[in-house]
Design a protein around this ligand. Structure first.
Ligand SMILES: NC(=O)c1ccc[n+]([C@@H]2O[C@H](COP(=O)([O-])OP(=O)(O)OC[C@H]3O[C@@H](n4cnc5c(N)ncnc54)[C@H](OP(=O)(O)O)[C@@H]3O)[C@@H](O)[C@H]2O)c1
Length: 414
C-alpha cells in the first residue's frame, strides 16, 4: 500500500504540542518520521502548529492555530487549565499525564463530554502497553472483574535488583537514578502515588465509575528490607509493587501495595523496569500484557496511536453506570516477620494472639536463637482489619524485639 496521502484531501491536521521534554521531543521526532504513515492511515497529513515550553510558545496562540492538542507537560497546574480550555474550545486532547487524570478526571471527562470531543490517554498507564485501549474498546461492554498489575517500572527495577543481589533499598535506588530508571525526585514512584494514579484510571475504565486518586489506598516500597526478600526466596515468593482494582460485594476496591507473589502467578516473572497488566472477566477469562512501561520514545509511540485514532474518527465505547462505593476492608494473606527473644512459650503466645484474631498460619520459617531469633510466617487469607488488629496485639508481647513487619501475599491468579 502506498504511504502517500490520497490526493485532494483536506489541509494537514495542525497539532498543538504542550511540553517538549523526554516525551514531547520524542513525539516531535516520531511525527516527522511516521508522518507519511499517519497520512496513509488517516487520509490527513499532520503538522506541528506550535510548541509550548517554559521558554517558548504562547498557549492561546497555539490553541487558536490547532485542531488537536497533545499535552506532554506533566504536572496538574497550569496543565489542568490548558486541557480544560482546549476541550471547551472543541479541540480533542491526547495526554500522557496520569496525575492530571487521577486528580481531575471527573472535571476533564465532563468537559470533553459537553464539548463532544475526545480526551485520549493511552500513554498515561504503562506507556506503550495498550491497556487503556483494550479495556475501553475491546472489553468496553464486557464485565471486568479485576484489573491488576505492575504499573511502575522504577519500583519493579529496584525490587528485582534487591532480590537478585541482596542489596539494600537506598543503594539500589541510587543505582536506578544513575541508570535513568528513577527521577531525581523519585518519591511518587517509591511511595506508590504514581501506581495509585494509574490504578485510579484503570478502575474508572474497567468499572465505568468515577474513581479519584483520593479513593485509592497506597503503600510504597521504602520500608522493604533485604532480609524480607531473602526469607521470601526461601518461601518461594517474589516481591512486586502491585496495583489491584477489583469488584467486591456491592462495590470496588482499588489499592497499591508491595506484595509477595507465589511462583505460579502470571506477574511473578516480570523483571526489571517492565510493566505488566492482567485483566480478568467472566466472559473473556484472563488477558495479560507486558512491555516497557516508560521511556520517551515508547510513550510517544502510544501518544501517536491516540492521535491517529482521533484523526481517523475512532471513538472509544462509552458505558455509563452508577457510582460504585469503595470497599475498604478486603481479605488478603500476609507475610509476617517477627524478631523475638528465643524464650520458652513465645511461639505459643504468638500462636494464641493470631488464633484469637482468627488469623491462621500457612507456613513458618524460624532462624537464629537468643535475641536474634526471627519468625517468618505466611498466613492464610483473612480480612485486613483482622490482621491489623492481630499485629497490634502482637506488638504488645514483651519478648518482641522490634515492631512486626508485614507484607501482602497473593497466591495466584484466581
Ligand atoms: N518520561 C516517561 O517515560 C513517561 C512515561 C509515561 C508518561 N509520562 C508522562 O508524560 C508527561 C511528560 O513527561 P516528560 O518525562 O516528557 O517530562 P519532562 O521531560 O519534564 O518535560 C516536560 C516539558 O513540559 C514543559 N513544561 C513543564 N511545565 C510547563 C509550564 N508550566 N509551562 C510550559 N511548559 C511547561 C517543559 O518545559 P521546559 O523544556 O522549558 O522545561 C518540558 O518541555 C508527564 O505527564 C509524564 O508523567 C512520561
Amino acid at each position: 500500500m502506498s504511504e502517500e496521502a490520497p490526493p485532494g484531501k483536506s489541509a494537514p491536521v495542525q497539532i498543538g504540542l504542550l511540553g517538549r521534554g523526554n516525551v514531547g521531543a520524542a513525539f516531535e521526532e516520531l511525527l516527522a518520521e511516521r508522518g507519511e504513515a499517519v497520512a496513509a492511515a488517516t487520509g490527513r497529513r499532520v503538522e506541528l502548529a506550535g510548541v509550548l515550553t517554559r521558554s517558548e510558545g504562547d498557549f492561546e496562540q497555539i490553541l487558536a492555530g490547532s485542531e488537536l492538542i497533545v499535552e506532554l507537560m506533566g504536572g496538574t497546574e497550569p496543565t489542568r487549565e490548558y486541557v480544560l480550555a482546549a476541550l471547551r474550545a472543541g479541540r480533542p486532547v491526547v495526554t500522557a499525564n496520569k496525575q492530571l487524570l487521577a486528580q481531575h478526571g471527573a472535571e476533564l471527562f465532563a468537559a470533553a463530554r459537553e464539548a463532544g470531543v475526545q480526551l485520549r490517554f493511552e500513554a498515561a498507564v504503562a506507556a506503550v502497553i495498550p491497556i487503556v485501549r483494550t479495556i475501553q474498546e475491546s472489553f468496553g461492554v464486557a464485565e471486568v472483574a479485576r484489573v491488576f498489575g505492575i504499573v511502575n517500572g522504577t519500583t519493579n527495577f529496584i525490587l528485582t535488583e534487591m532480590a537478585a543481589r541482596g542489596a539494600p533499598y537506598d543503594e539500589v535506588l541510587a543505582e536506578a537514578q544513575r541508570l535513568g530508571y528513577a527521577e531525581a525526585d523519585p518519591s511518587e514512584d517509591v511511595n506508590g502515588a504514581d501506581a495509585a494514579a494509574k490504578m485510579a484510571i484503570l478502575a474508572r475504565l474497567a468499572f465505568h465509575t468515577p474513581v479519584g486518586l483520593d479513593q485509592v489506598s497506597f503503600e510504597g516500597i521504602e520500608a522493604i528490607a533485604p532480609d524480607d526478600l531473602a526469607y521470601a526466596k526461601e518461601l518461594g515468593l517474589s516481591l512486586k509493587l502491585l496495583g489491584i482494582a477489583e469488584r467486591r460485594s456491592g462495590g470496588i476496591s482499588v489499592r497499591v501495595f508491595p506484595c509477595f507473589l507465589y511462583g505460579g502467578h502470571p506477574l511473578a516473572p516480570i523483571q526489571g523496569s517492565f510493566n505488566a497488566v492482567t485483566v480478568q472477566g467472566p466472559a473473556f477469562g484472563e488477558v495479560t500484557m507486558s512491555g516497557p512501561g516508560a521511556g520517551g520514545m515508547q510513550t510517544a509511540s502510544a501518544v501517536l496511536g491516540d492521535v491517529v485514532s482521533i484523526i481517523a474518527g475512532e471513538a472509544p465505547v462509552h458505558v455509563t453506570r452508577a457510582e460504585l462505593p469503595i470497599v475498604a476492608d478486603v481479605p488478603s494473606a500476609f507475610y509476617l516477620h517477627l524478631e523475638v527473644a528465643d524464650q520458652p512459650g513465645v511461639l505459643a503466645r504468638i500462636a494464641t494472639v493470631l488464633g484469637d484474631h482468627d488469623v491462621s498460619v500457612k507456613s513458618v520459617v524460624q532462624r537464629g536463637s537468643g535475641d536474634e531469633a526471627r519468625l517468618v510466617m505466611v498466613t492464610h487469607e483473612c480480612l485486613e482489619s483482622r490482621f491489623a488488629a492481630a499485629v497490634g496485639a502482637l506488638a504488645e508481647i514483651p519478648e518482641l524485639r522490634a515492631a512486626p513487619r508485614y507484607i501482602h501475599v497473593i497466591e495466584g491468579a484466581e
